[in-house]
Design a protein around this ligand. Sequence first.
Ligand SMILES: Cc1cc2nc3c(=O)[nH]c(=O)nc-3n(C[C@H](O)[C@H](O)[C@H](O)COP(=O)(O)OP(=O)(O)OC[C@H]3O[C@@H](n4cnc5c(N)ncnc54)[C@H](O)[C@@H]3O)c2cc1C
Length: 449
Amino acid sequence: MKKLLWFRRDLRIEDSMLLTTKGEVLPLFIFDTNLLNILEANDRRVSFIFERVLKLKADLKAIGLDLALFYGTPLEVFTYLKTLGFEEVYAAVDYDAYAKERDHAISSILHFHALNDCYLFEPNEVLKKDGSPYLVFTPYYKACKQLYTQFHALKYVKADQSLANYDYDVLWSIQNGIQKPLHVKLESLGFASLHVNILEPQKALEIFTCKIDAYEEKRDFLDEDATSHLSVHLRFGTISIREVVRYLVALKKEGHQTEPFFRQLIFREFYAYLLYHFPKLAWENYKYSPPVSNDEEAYERFILAQTGYPLVDAAITELLKTGLMHNRARMIVGSFFTKHLMLPWQKGEAFFAKHLLDYDASANVLSWQWCAGTGIDPQPYFRIFNPYAQSLKFDKEARYIKRYLPLLRNVSSASLHNEAYLLHQAISGYPKPIIAHESARKRFLASFD
Ligand SMILES: Cc1cc2nc3c(=O)[nH]c(=O)nc-3n(C[C@H](O)[C@H](O)[C@H](O)COP(=O)(O)OP(=O)(O)OC[C@H]3O[C@@H](n4cnc5c(N)ncnc54)[C@H](O)[C@@H]3O)c2cc1C
């Protein structure tokens, strides 16, 4: 029986579960119009994905396979492929609401085999004694560590496969039942080709080896390059999570300090696990519903990096310029958005979703719910980051702030952490703080009375 191998969050040939499927196969990638039609033409992620899909195609060719490319909705593409005699599709799991609905629809026309290729643990593998899911990270983490065996990080080896007959040389547009061949280029999809500067995953790991021992100590410092930069690769599966874990196991044997980094990988698992078990978390609060404001002007100032809080504006500028944001900055910005500005976390989440290269529904939604204090196992609602204290602690010399807000380069770092200075001194071209920290804190807490 001919099998469809649907690459999506696993854009690689190394350690690929899809490639363990024996027999006659048609590997494919779909440029999904349901997703592409809501993006802007200069979305960097599309360039990144396109580039990686072409690399995947070349890598597959080098091992005697190929990659068929489609442009349309997955349902239309699979409906068409079924008419060619395909009955089974294999794909890596994907837990966000759209993905679940999409996969459900496809499983009504083809046998759908979901492979747990993106995570170490299956969502139903790590459960409490009563069979219910964990709601708190630390016990979940302990349970994962207890369950973990070397089999979780086993390397998958390619099976014997033959390539199904197909025209692999074009990009097949399948829309309203009509097939049309397109040139294999990004412009065929209506997107501009942008250069996305992301280190290859193996190179990122190699560089990270020198940093791993200091990871815990330095990872929060905004001007330190202390983290792995693997999030985009883990998001699109351009490296396998098992390869990262095997790398950690090897470093641990050499005496390196690997646990703090492993813990972050398990955070990634935990958030995917929570979204799987509680899909409503994608839009609904779990704990309580804080009062929210509809202040459009505050939202506009936030997204334009014009809040007058240097650290917040630097972080937003980092996001807009690079498609990424330091984790500590994401936490501060998330708290500021939901507590200082009292804007709904869903709106901040959507803004991140639009710009983050590593955007992942589970990590983003659950992290925003954590910041807002509304999620499962969030930070308490009354914990409100003081952005000035945070910048003093994590960006003392204001190097991060000045890198992204060069117009502040002549202001002393002490002044940039000092609200009184920012409220009372005019800085040419830079706004005064949108609200004083203490007033914002009191306003937020008073809204609970
Ligand atoms: C408001 C907010 C939104 C976020 N949105 C996303 C998102 O859309 N996609 C995303 O991958 N991460 C998200 N994160 C988590 C984190 O900021 C990024 O994973 C991290 O900054 C990526 O850099 P790195 O790869 O160098 O991380 P490292 O510190 O090197 O961490 C290694 C890996 O662990 C995972 N990881 C680390 N921290 C977290 C975390 N808190 N939650 C889940 N996974 C984590 C990532 O896959 C990361 O690549 C968000 C955090 C916050 C506070």
